[in-house]
Design a binder for this molecule. Structure first.
Ligand code: ADP
Ligand code: ADP
Ligand code: MG
Length: 651
């Protein structure tokens, strides 16, 4: 076994590989880009080496730098994780030429499966059923269009070099074929530098079921059962589970045998996945699944397999790479219970899943569940940032229970107990999907999310008592050591009880004014409307409402949804008085325009600068009259909390 390995990746997968290496007594070397200087994977590794600038092409995709880092630190092997260089056969060859071991299959195996057309031809020869369609060399429009007619509509045009759902178009009738082909070609050319296309029969009521396979360097290959990844959005996986709902023994035998046959056909060693498309219009049947592609790496969703088989797949990868035989025979690999995984992303489901960034000022996962086992594979910790440079995945939550209902229910509960503030996340969307009737009943197919997107992305309106609790939280006079408890701060604020405090918050770009007063019993009375006869909302210390306060904001959690209120006057930081007050960036962004200069006298409400963040422009205005002592430079990239404007001290 190796003494030391380098992990050529970042985020949750780098952290996850390090965890197993540590358990096996293997030292770890992390690599990182300038943007990841303080990242979690850097903090948990034994050693870390900077390999370049933030863009992946200059760091995580720079094979030369990564190999140099391995040699410099004396690492004997490189684990590629997934994505980045994990399926790049040229990189594998360079690693081996440097006298190092690549933790993964041979470059030949990766090449054989790298292009979907060649892989399908190879699988056909090996006797594995492949999706009916055209995967030949001719690429002329007329030829492809006539193949589509032969196959019969609807058809799927697919880039042979594709991945991550890109370069793919569903075409329902011949008239739409030319435009769809051109669009898929453009997308594939931009994303993969290869515009060659396959045309496939579009399988009706499709389910995506894949088989985990494992081979060693001694000619053995086994499977570790199947995963269902049919819950997809635009051909990308959202929720994955093992085993597949409704799987029967006959179909399972047919699918796992085909998968092992595929692995053996290319003398596969290491972890791999054979992806099948399944026609589930009449249940799962042994003659209704077809090979789509093989992923020659560890898969994002590998934890569900680990939880139902009790196998640590990263341990197996390391053992096999070191030349050991597979730790178990096929008969020794068994299935127990059901596991479900959700991919937690920084993205805005209400704005068509626009990727989000930001600092995770508050991050809380439940420690455990009552009736199921919870695993959290996170790539970040509280106060870490999601930057625009990489995939915005925050974590994966995986739940194992004796039954599917128990696992699905447990995962929904875990998501509802998770709290994140500082970025927009897909928690609510995931929880609603898990609680959807069709999903819950196991009536899966890849179109489910698209069909129900409206209801799945719709958040309930903020309840008044939650809004009131959030406003109560803004009533802190000064930072306290219990920042989420408005009462602790108010207790130290002698005159508070005799006063009515006006609170201004911004909710959904709307200014809201509320009046807050303390009652004799210590509760807070919040009046949201202007009508003095309105009943106030009473907020008590023991209200089970979850709130997080963070610079300039308060986030209130309701189930798996969260609503963030901006607290404008708290942008001026009280603890820095004496040096003049400051305006801070409410989120990371670009200073697009600067409208004031040092020594300018500005009036309350006067626009000072424009911050472009999350694809929107935010005008930062003066909160009061004053003289500008310092102001950010036009074109500056700022983090959230960064100073934008400082005012001179009042005389
Ligand atoms: P998996 O098949 O392992 O579940 P996906 O199919 O979602 O993973 O993605 C395939 C690979 O592409 C993964 O290794 C992932 O890291 C990478 N990937 C996913 N989405 C993107 C993206 N938007 N840009 C670049 N790479 C991506
Ligand atoms: P990628 O490399 O982008 O993962 P895949 O070939 O694995 O490409 O396909 C991605 C997804 O597209 C599948 O998981 C499935 O949902 C859908 N898909 C692919 N081929 C077909 C098909 N022939 N019929 C129906 N759906 C398909
Ligand atoms: Mg795929």
């Amino acid at each position: 076994m190796f003494d030391k390995i380098l992990i050529a990746n970042r985020g949750e997968i780098a952290v996850r590989v390090i965890r197993t290496a540590r358990r096996l007594g293997i030292a770890t070397v992390a690599v990182y880009s300038d943007a990841d200087r303080g990242a979690l994977h850097v903090r948990v590794a034994d050693q870390a080496i900077c390999i370049g600038a933030a863009p992946a092409t200059e760091s995580y995709l720079n094979g030369e730098k990564i190999i140099a880092a391995a040699r410099e630190t004396g690492a004997q092997a490189i684990h590629p994780g997934y994505g980045f260089l994990s399926e790049n056969p040229d990189f594998v060859e360079k690693v081996e030429a440097a006298g190092l071991t690549f933790v993964g299959p041979s470059s030949q195996a990766i090449r054989a499966m790298g292009l979907k057309d060649a892989a399908k031809r190879l699988m056909e020869k090996a006797g594995v059923p492949v999706v009916p369609g055209y995967h030949g060399d001719t690429q002329a429009l007329v030829a492809l269009a006539s193949k589509a007619n032969e196959i019969g509509y609807p058809v799927l045009i697919k880039a042979r070099a594709g991945g991550g759902g890109k370069g793919m178009r569903l075409v329902s009738d011949p008239d739409a074929f030319p435009d769809a082909l051109a669009a898929a070609q453009r997308e594939a050319k931009a994303a993969f530098g290869d515009e060659r296309m396959l045309v496939e029969k579009y399988i009706q009521s499709p389910r995506h079921i894949e088989v985990q396979v494992f081979g060693d360097k001694h000619g053995h290959a086994v499977h570790l059962f199947e995963r269902d990844c049919s819950a997809q959005r635009r051909h990308q996986k959202v929720i994955e589970e093992a085993p597949a709902p409704g799987m029967n023994e006959e179909t399972r035998i047919a699918m796992t045998e085909a998968a092992v046959k595929a692995a053996k056909a290319i003398s596969y060693s290491g972890a791999g996945t054979i992806e099948f498309i399944v026609d589930a219009s009449d249940g799962l049947r042994p003659d209704r699944f077809w090979f789509m592609e093989m992923n020659t790496r560890l898969q994002v969703e590998h934890p569900v397999t680990e939880m139902v088989t009790g196998v640590d797949l990263v341990e197996w990868q390391l053992r096999v790479a070191a030349g050991e035989p597979l730790p178990r025979t096929q008969e020794e690999i068994t299935l127990a219970g059901h596991a479900v995984e959700a991919r937690l992303y920084a993205e805005d489901a209400t704005r068509d899943f626009l990727p989000a960034t930001g600092t995770l000022h508050h991050l809380h996962f439940p420690d455990r569940l009552d009736t199921a086992t919870l695993r959290v594979d996170a790539g970040v910790a509280e106060k870490d940032a999601i930057t625009p440079f990489y995939d915005p995945m925050i974590a994966k939550l995986i739940v194992h229970a004796p039954t599917r209902a128990g696992a699905v229910d447990g995962l929904a509960t875990a998501l509802e107990q998770t709290e994140i503030a500082g970025s927009t996340v897909n928690l609510g969307f995931l929880a609603r999907l898990l609680r959807d009737d069709d999903f819950y009943a196991g009536r899966l197919e890849t179109g489910l999310i698209g069909r129900k997107q409206d209801v799945l992305t719709k958040t309930a309106p903020l309840q008044e008592r939650h809004l009131a609790a959030a406003i109560a939280a803004t009533s802190m006079a000064e930072p306290s050591d219990r920042p989420n408890d408005p009462f602790s701060a108010i207790a130290g604020y002698g005159h508070f009880s005799s006063l009515v405090h006006k609170r201004t918050v911004v909710h959904d770009e709307q200014l809201l004014e509320a009046r807050v007063s303390a009652q004799a019993d210590g509760a807070l009375a919040i009046r949201l409307g202007n009508d003095p006869s309105d009943q106030p909302i009473i907020v008590r210390r023991d209200d089970p409402i979850r709130i997080a306060s963070w610079p300039g904001h308060v986030t209130v959690f309701e189930g798996a949804d969260a609503v963030t209120l901006r607290v404008p006057d708290r942008l001026q930081s009280a603890e820095e008085s004496g040096a003049g007050d400051r305006l801070r960036a409410p989120m990371p962004g670009l200073v697009k325009l600067v409208r004031a200069a040092v020594n300018d006298a500005v009036r309350k409400g006067q626009p000072l600068l424009v911050l472009e963040a999350m694809k929107m422009e935010h005008t930062i205005a003066a909160p009061h009259d004053g003289i500008v002592a310092e102001i950010a430079a036009e074109g500056a990239q700022v983090n959230d909390g960064a100073m934008l404007v400082r005012f001179q001290e009042a005389e």
